[in-house]
Design a protein around this ligand. Structure first.
Ligand SMILES: [Fe+2]
Length: 460
């Protein structure tokens, strides 16, 4: 069987030259403001002589060419360490976008001449559709733990789904940590694997926002002769993505954040740093646990009834690393449970979606080991959160093996490790009773088979 290194030799690109200014890996993300979008991309080289990062948009391909609107004020170009290795990441914030509108756009570098934008380097034309101001229906693809080898079929399925939602601005993707597994190859390949991961997504990323949370594999290159210190401490993750607090002077990173999307408050926590007994040194600016608590508390549930938390590591998982044979939570799951479970309960978190275990799991609604109900398919007005592990994105080593799991744990509804797959969350708010939402969760394997589903209705 070919090793991963043999497979890498089959890839066409390795590392670009520093005189290559070509726009690569265009991707999108949301901010905390409903009418904004961040466009981000990568180049192997950058020189100010090609101009500043700019994005041109138009409501049609023709308008894009003849009378584009342009954005570039406050654009950011970042690099770190040896830029001939790490390349450059560029971000442009688009503001005051009209809702529910398809925009064609080009990303690149240029200047404004006599009031008209001119690009000296340009991407091809892409398009995206903006979200609604306050959408009643939201669809989100959710998975974690996706590398560059076991992802192909999942990405094919997600690409098909994205095409079905091509004009739906209320459709996006959430990758809940362990993004590319770039750390798992000799150091010289670290940036190359990151690039390869983005290359896999080129059919989707320019059109569908891609929100992320941090995973352990974003920490640093782990092996190999060229293991650059400047790539440690989640540096690539904090350059290559642009989550809602990255431009906030009190934080300035992607480690945790929150944002609202129609009936949902999304609270992204950091399972890796900045809490008691966390796996890595608490190096990031800001009070992580206080921020998360505040994000849970400061929402008007009449306006935003659904509270979802997302992060990388589980609280409840049947793998032996995270629970014993009796279902007692252990290891990193216990540390996270000690920090967050009471807050989830006190603030009526509806669901938590994570990865880290390379499996799909769903637990019964639970608080501190006590199961609220064992009805597995239709829930109404739960008191305790539902815990989902969508960690079957396609990790480096494939799915976790049967012997990794405890079986028969009372709080476990199901555990599926046969095929890679992804979750699809659909949220629908009642147009009259704004407090009422219906959540439909489905998990599909990468063959397209429906593996699990349930419905949660909230009426109060
Ligand atoms: Fe992980």
């Amino acid at each position: 069987m070919a090793s991963h290194y043999d497979l890498f030799r089959e890839f066409k690109t390795v590392r670009g030259s520093s005189s290559d200014y070509g726009v690569k890996f265009v991707h999108l993300s949301y901010t905390m403001n409903a009418n904004e979008m961040v466009v981000q991309w990568h180049t192997y080289g950058y020189d100010e002589k090609i101009g500043k990062p700019m994005v041109l948009i138009g409501r049609s391909a023709q308008e894009l060419n003849s009378a584009p609107q342009w954005f570039g004020v406050g654009a950011q170009t970042s690099t770190y360490g040896d830029s001939s290795v790490t390349g450059f990441d560029h971000a442009v914030l688009l503001t005051n976008l009209t809702f529910d509108t398809t925009f064609y756009y080009k990303a690149g570098f240029g200047s404004v001449v006599n009031g008209a934008p001119q690009l000296s380097v340009s991407s091809e034309v892409h398009s995206f559709t903006t979200r609604s101001a306050d959408p009643d229906e939201v669809t989100v693809v959710m998975f974690g733990d996706m590398g560059v080898f076991f992802c192909y079929e999942n990405i094919d399925r997600i690409t098909e789904l994205s095409k079905k939602h091509a004009n739906d601005g209320n459709f996006f993707i959430y990758h809940v940590g362990d993004i590319s597994y770039a750390d798992s190859y000799p150091g010289i390949m670290y940036q190359y694997v990151w690039n390869k991961f983005f290359e896999h997504w080129e059919g989707v990323h320019p059109s569908v926002p891609y929100m992320v949370t941090v995973g352990n594999h974003e920490h640093a290159p782990r092996m190999g002769p060229e293991r650059h210190e400047y790539e440690f401490n989640f540096t690539a993750y904090n350059h290559k993505f642009y989550m809602p607090l990255r431009n906030n002077t009190d934080y300035g990173h992607n480690m945790w954040y929150h944002f609202d999307f129609g009936p949902i408050r999304w609270v992204a926590f950091d399972s890796e740093t900045n809490y008691p007994n966390c796996p890595y040194d608490p190096v990031f600016k800001g009070d992580h646990v206080g921020y998360v608590r505040n994000a849970l508390q400061t929402v008007n549930r009449d306006e935003t009834p659904l509270m979802l938390t997302v992060g990388h590591r589980p609280l409840y998982c049947t793998e032996k690393e995270f629970s014993d044979a009796n279902g007692n939570v252990v290891g990193s799951a216990k540390h996270l449970k000690d920090v967050f479970e009471q807050d989830w309960k006190a603030n009526k978190v509806d669901m938590m979606v994570c990865g880290h275990a390379h499996v799909y799991e769903r637990q019964y609604p639970i608080y501190n080991g006590t199961i609220e109900t064992k009805n597995p398919t239709n829930y109404t007005d739960l008191s305790d959160p539902l815990y989902l592990i969508s960690g079957a994105g396609g990790c480096l080593g494939g799915l976790d093996k049967d012997h990794d799991f405890n079986r028969g744990i009372p709080w476990s509804f199901m555990s599926y490790n046969k095929e890679e797959g992804f979750g699809v969350l659909k949220v629908k708010r009642d147009k009259i009773n704004r407090r009422q939402v219906t959540v439909n969760w489905q998990f599909f394997n990468d063959k397209g088979d429906l593996v699990d589903q349930f419905t949660l209705t909230k009426t109060k």
